[in-house]
Design a protein around this ligand. Structure first.
Ligand SMILES: [Zn+2]
Length: 270
């Protein structure tokens, strides 16, 4: 599933589309997680792309009228193609730009979304009420500590809660908790303020390292240039059950935390 680093990697690849005008939109299959709005081709035709932003795992295309919101769901990807090959299965939407580029949305499982709003993107029901961005200044250990006070849910579930901080999905929550030396099942309210500072720094580090590696490709994620990510090769714990811990050699364990498969080192994480 594309997480924040994968969406951010795609965003950076698609900055080349800023200033381009959308000539036309071809919607081949509207049946995504929510139906692609019927009016999309009409409202977008002739619109210019002013900015490509990200909020949580949503890509936001600021246009001269409204904002297009794209989410990759489980298996979505958005690629800028200089010479678009013929449509493959699961290519659902094409945007034809005025420099000859085609932006193409591909999504085998169709849990993603392509939406449009005339108003402020931040006021959209999907984006309203989201917590801080993990790479921005308003996210730190004190914020995590305040959100965790008196709560008994596992620390991993806390950092994966979008109201607490956005964009820390299953892979990067596991990796950040390893780096911070915190067991994923530890009750959130029992993690000290000092350890929360370490955890917040670890979340930043792991996300930034993943972005620098072009994200993780576990199944079919590709970036805005159609390339796979490389961060999966440097995972310390995620997907490594039974393999030796890269730090101490103890076999990595897996268990379910909040219904999500979770990986940790029983020696390094307490
Ligand atoms: Zn270890």
């Amino acid at each position: 599933m594309p997480e924040l680093p994968e969406v951010e990697t795609t965003r950076r690849d698609l900055l080349t589309t800023i200033g381009r005008r959308i000539l036309g939109v071809d919607v081949y299959d509207r049946r995504l997680r929510w139906p692609v709005p019927r009016e999309l081709p009409t409202v977008l035709a002739g619109a210019r792309i002013r900015a490509v932003d990200r909020r949580s795992k949503y890509l936001l295309f600021a246009l001269d009228r409204g904002t297009m919101i794209v989410h990759f769901g489980m298996t979505g990807s958005l690629t800028a193609l200089k010479r678009p090959p013929p449509r493959r299965a699961h290519d659902h939407v094409d945007w034809r730009l005025d420099d000859g580029t085609t932006l193409r949305y591909h999504d085998p499982r169709r849990f993603g979304a392509v939406l449009w709003t005339a108003g402020e993107a931040g006021a959209h029901p999907l984006l309203r009420g989201l917590g801080p961005e993990p790479l921005e200044r308003d996210f730190d250990g004190d914020h995590l500590w305040r959100m965790a006070r008196g709560r008994s849910l596992p620390i991993k579930s806390l950092v994966m809660d979008n109201h607490v901080v956005v964009g820390v999905g299953n892979i990067y929550a596991s990796e950040a908790l390893f780096r911070a030396g915190i067991r994923p099942t530890r009750p959130a309210g029992k993690v000290s303020r000092a350890r929360m500072a370490v955890l917040a720094a670890s979340i930043r580090e792991v996300l930034e390292a993943a972005i620098a590696s072009g994200g993780s490709t576990l199944r079919d994620y590709v970036n805005g240039r159609g390339e796979a990510g490389r961060f999966q090769f440097t995972h310390f714990v995620y997907g490594r059950e039974g393999a030796p811990c890269r730090v101490c050699g103890t076999p990595i364990r897996a268990r379910y935390v909040g219904q999500r498969n979770t990986f940790y080192c029983p020696a390094c994480q307490l």
